[in-house]
Design a protein around this ligand. Structure first.
Ligand SMILES: [Zn+2]
Length: 129
């Protein structure tokens, strides 16, 4: 439970105006007395049960699980995904379809599946729906 601060100026209960969470997890509370003439900041531990957002994010990722591999597709798979021919894709400018990568000049060209999917979702090519 949060103990209200007492204003050292007028002796009345103060109310919290802002809370900022430090990287350590401690809270910086800014208190203000009812007449607004006194401000007071104190650092307290977070209340029990309070879960820092960063902790939640860490919980969502398995600690010893492998990183998901980048999912890249070749031009055949791309053609299938966007319902276009290989020659149509080859005639597009390199940046026409997002997620493209090529390891070296003349090398294999691949596309990131997720970026292509996002692109399909956000922009409907004529004939793909
Ligand atoms: Zn006061």
């Amino acid at each position: 439970m949060t103990t209200p601060a007492i204003c050292p100026h007028c002796g009345r209960l103060m109310t919290i105006t802002t809370i900022s969470v430090q990287p350590s997890g401690m809270w910086d509370e800014t208190w203000r007395c009812p007449d607004g003439r006194w401000m007071h900041t104190r650092t307290v531990p977070p209340p029990p049960g309070y879960e820092r957002p960063t902790d939640r994010r860490q919980l969502a990722i398995p600690h010893n699980g492998p990183e998901p591999p980048d999912d890249y597709i070749d031009i055949h798979e791309l053609a299938r995904m966007i319902h276009r021919s290989l020659s149509w894709i080859r005639h597009q400018p390199p940046d026409a379809i997002p997620g493209r990568r090529q390891h070296c000049e003349g090398g294999r060209v691949e596309w990131n599946r997720h970026r292509v999917q996002d692109w399909i979702d956000s922009y409907t090519l004529p004939g793909t729906r």
